[in-house]
Write a protein that binds this ligand. Sequence first.
Ligand code: PLP
Length: 382
Amino acid sequence: MNKKIVEFVRDIYQTKEFIPLHAPTFVGNELDYVSQTINSTFVSSVGKFVDDFEHKIEKYTETSKAVATVNGTAALHTALYMAGVERGDLVITQALTFVATCNALYHMGAEPIFVDVSKISLGLCPKATEEYLAEHAELREDGCYHKGTNQRIRAVVPMHTFGHPVELDELLDVCMKWQLMLVEDAAESLGSFYKGKHTGTLGEFGAVSFNGNKIITTGGGGMVLCRNERDGKHAKHVTTTAKISHPYEFFHDEAGFNYRLPNLNAALGCAQMEMLPSFLKQKRALAQQYREFFQGSEFTFVSQPQYAQSNYWLNSVICPDSETREVLIKETNTQNVMTRPVWKLMHRLPMFEKAPRGDLSVSKWLETNLVNLPSSPVDLSK
Ligand SMILES: *Cc1c(COP(=O)(O)O)cnc(C)c1O
């Protein structure tokens, strides 16, 4: 079977060379727009591409305000800050995620609570979240508290794993009931929709990443999606050193961040946004090929949840057991076809091993049995 997988992937990408998990594609106006920033000398914090890029994302995601940042982690940090997360707070998230989700919390002085993921979405499970809260939390006059530690539980941060949207309506219900802010880690899910709405726009705030391995890239970059205009203005203000506009004086009314995306990177982003629809089409067609290939085998291809339209950022299969998984990873990588296990669960990392957590059985099953497959956009009509 592993030999067949290698042959299948090589046939898709039409190459005998190394096949990466996800490579960026530059076939549009990338060089033109980036050259414009260099020719004009406006490569840094001033220039039209940052505004253009923000407007493009606002239009595409139908969000009130999008704020460009230097990377996805900075976008997440800003989103959590805007959501009112404070030192000493607890924040519910999934153990099955990229470490950046937890790093952003950690550096704000907050701590994660790890809750299991759903088999349907591979992202934060609303039922497991409700169960955890019912057992460990209580509502007081000013909000939700952890009964065991007496710490404030401030927010819920689901992550749309590999671009598959989590069950947002159910999570919103849980957040409403327990008075928690919903902040979506939509780093992997640009182009993914939940019941017709773009991921990252249902919570109060969302964070997108444009790292080199994401569906579109700005080299490094991110975007904060803000549900309301006023928060959006404030988010822009704090990410740009919170300076009060004045011809020559330096007055800053809040401890801000220097998280502004340079114009150079935004130029790349504008060109990549023009390509997003074609990337999505190609990636969905690729997912369909994988689905058909694995049909009837012992491997289960991970399809989008029924309620969602997924960007299929990373394709994945679930192996029948962990030994099969280890062999698959070894044999494909030996053949220069890159495959990867999912991240080690967050509570296994030294800095998060003491974090409170619920039952994590689905997360553990995915940790040992899931494999990511090469997923770069490719034109299959050729
Ligand atoms: C990529 C990613 C991030 C962080 O994005 P950067 O741009 O690399 O900082 C955060 N969360 C998840 C789940 C990611 O996949």
